[in-house]
Design a protein around this ligand. Sequence first.
Ligand SMILES: Cc1cc2nc3c(=O)[nH]c(=O)nc-3n(C[C@H](O)[C@H](O)[C@H](O)COP(=O)(O)OP(=O)(O)OC[C@H]3O[C@@H](n4cnc5c(N)ncnc54)[C@H](O)[C@@H]3O)c2cc1C
Length: 303
Amino acid sequence: MLRSLLLLLSRQSRLRHWLETSAAADRLTARFIAGTDLEAALAVCRRLNQEGMLASLDHLGESVSSLAEAERSRDDYLTALNQIAELGLNATISVKLTQLGLDFSEEECRSNVERLVERARAVACAVEVDMESSPYVDRTLNLVSDLHSRYGGVRAVIQACLYRSETDIENLCAQSIPVRLVKGAYQEPSDVAFARKPDVDKNYVRLMIRLLAAGKNPAIASHDENILRLAQRYAGEHAISPDRFEFQMLYGVRRDLQRRLTADGYRLRLYVPYGKAWYPYFMRRLAERPANVLFLIRNLLRS
Ligand SMILES: Cc1cc2nc3c(=O)[nH]c(=O)nc-3n(C[C@H](O)[C@H](O)[C@H](O)COP(=O)(O)OP(=O)(O)OC[C@H]3O[C@@H](n4cnc5c(N)ncnc54)[C@H](O)[C@@H]3O)c2cc1C
């Protein structure tokens, strides 16, 4: 119930405005957000690279309110790509299509993402296209597929909670499009998604095995220890070497596991969010583990 409440609150614009502009914002978000600007995020990337981890930069912001705002997001990401190249960082960028204008014009959105994919290719980087809620899946996968066929260097995200994901994975594997597999962070209706967590977990394992066996450079994005163990065991038993796939985790989540995987020689990419529009992302992280709410309240009271 608390999960549903937090997801509901993640869409409340008044609460969002109040919290994003509050004086306590930094203290509230430091655990999950790398900073409010690109410079802070690049410093985190540099540190992660030094510690043997890869990164994916997420400039926070989704559901922008105009095409002009979407163009600003695109330009921010172009700057991020240029900086990644200039500093020689081992990092990709992660983008959301609603941040690049999808709710206003599919054509403009496509052209914004195309500019990013072109630039990424020029600087030997890659673009990962996050998956948002189920009404966006078809449009997102169509765009990924089109841009990947023309430029390469684009990764799709598939959510194990959706019934359709098995078919989507088969299609993506057939096109050699790299996939990031996640459980799914959005509240979905029961006609499109598994309602029970054990069913989502079971589907995740099935899809993960399919990706490890037939996917191109798949990313296993989870903090679930059972799942990580199963992936390692499956890869070991089927002679899939650690350079043929990667693990991905969120900045600030299960740092113990992050260190362990890296020490054991696995490729691990951290998703590094930064920016001022942190509220929806932050609330989804609380919803994933409601115990985080208590942790935050304790921290706020202490400081
Ligand atoms: C790199 C990356 C990119 C992602 N991109 C997308 C995307 O594009 N679209 C999308 O819908 N979702 C995305 N997600 C979120 C994903 O869908 C899940 O909501 C999230 O990863 C939690 O699921 P889990 O696999 O870690 O397993 P869970 O079963 O939720 O968690 C397993 C364990 O991990 C730990 N844990 C998980 N989340 C947290 C947290 N927030 N705080 C503290 N501990 C935690 C806890 O110990 C928990 O017991 C992404 C996740 C990652 C790691």
